[in-house]
Design a protein around this ligand. Structure first.
Ligand SMILES: N[C@@H](CCC(=O)N[C@@H](CS)C(=O)NCC(=O)O)C(=O)O
Length: 249
């Protein structure tokens, strides 16, 4: 019997990876429906059938097949799942603590998320045709977020909002973590000691290794854009391990 929860996407996508990580961490079974970003084909985000369900035409998408409920946007999906399943360790129900997590999640899209546009997408998504001024702007926005992380949030707390990790940390980690030398090696964090410590701490969260295998498989891309076969091969390995973990739940 298939799980009533479907997640559309591929693990190479940061936004999808964070949702996969949450579900593996909480051991909630789901079906990963392979959906290719930017493709107009039947398994792509620009397929009119996909866009009927998810008008923003991005992955991840969530579908609950028993009720027909549909939801786009990774951060909304994570907070929805936490609220629905009572995962208050990762998304506190105390209003003040929750609002601190929400605050980082709102900040995320014009700060940590820029890691992708600045360092990852120019190599892995050449189809986006990102212009140098756009990339440069993303680098600046990302660096400002990184400095705030280093000198404020992570200078005062072990994690972004306190002494335990939340979905805000997971969302930020999939962006920052992908650049580490152990993965794509596209950003040097050595001068950011608090961020480096936090990056290490985050790897200890259950589900980290399996959700990030895709990046281990992709490996160092600092010297140039990887071939499409390498990207696809890494995604396949990532999908394989996720499906194996789901089967073991
Ligand atoms: N704000 C969205 C961003 C998701 C996003 O950018 N997804 C990319 C893949 S990483 C995508 O689907 N892009 C579609 C395209 O390139 O046309 C979220 O957090 O879910």
């Amino acid at each position: 019997m298939s799980a009533p929860l479907k997640i559309y996407g591929v693990p190479m996508s940061q936004a999808v990876r964070t949702v996969i990580w949450l579900l593996l961490n909480k051991k909630l079974p789901f079906e990963l429906v392979v959906t290719v970003p930017g493709s107009p084909k039947a398994n792509g985000t620009r397929d009119p059938e996909y866009m009927k369900k998810f008008p923003n035409a991005t992955i991840p998408g969530l579908e609950e097949t028993d009720s027909g409920f549909l939801l786009g946007e990774s951060l909304a999906i994570m907070t929805y799942l936490c609220t629905k399943h009572g995962w208050t360790d990762l998304y506190p129900d105390d209003p003040e603590r929750r609002s601190k997590v929400d605050s980082i999640l709102h900040y995320h899209h014009r700060s940590f998320k820029e890691a992708t546009l600045a360092f990852f997408a120019p190599k892995v998504r050449p189809d986006l045709g990102l212009a140098e001024p756009v990339i440069e702007m993303s680098r600046r926005v990302f660096t400002n977020g990184l400095k705030a992380m280093e000198t404020q949030w992570l200078a005062n707390n072990q994690y972004l909002t306190g002494d335990s990790p939340t979905v805000a940390d997971m969302a930020a980690y999939v962006e920052l973590g992908q650049l580490k030398k152990e993965f794509t090696n596209t950003f040097d964090y050595s001068e950011f000691s608090n961020v480096s410590r936090w990056l290490d701490d985050m790897t200890k969260l259950d589900g980290h290794d399996d959700s990030h295998l895709v990046l281990k498989e992709l490996g160092d891309i600092s010297q140039g854009a990887p071939e499409m076969e390498r990207i696809m091969g890494a995604n396949m390995k990532g999908i394989e391990i996720v499906n194996k973990k789901i089967a073991e739940m």
